[in-house]
Design a protein around this ligand. Structure first.
Ligand SMILES: [Zn+2]
Length: 68
């Protein structure tokens, strides 16, 4: 009888544990994807941050520019 109870606890606890770990993993990836990395463009020529004009970007350092 004790074995059956332990089995039942395992059957109930295992999916909960898997759900919890899966939920944490999803949270981690979503926060990593939400990083504001695409907002700040860098000049491909000199590597300094560029000025975003909306339709195009311009580098204030070397004068390079391009379309967004
Ligand atoms: Zn530049």
């Amino acid at each position: 009888m004790e074995g059956l109870i332990l089995l039942l606890i395992g059957v109930i606890a295992l999916p909960l544990l898997l759900l919890a770990s899966h939920h944490d993993g999803g949270k981690g990836t979503s926060s990593a994807a939400a990083r504001p990395r695409q907002r700040r463009r860098r000049c491909p020529n000199c590597g300094s941050p560029v000025i975003d004009h909306g339709a195009y970007w311009e580098c204030g350092w070397c004068g390079d520019y391009g379309q967004n």
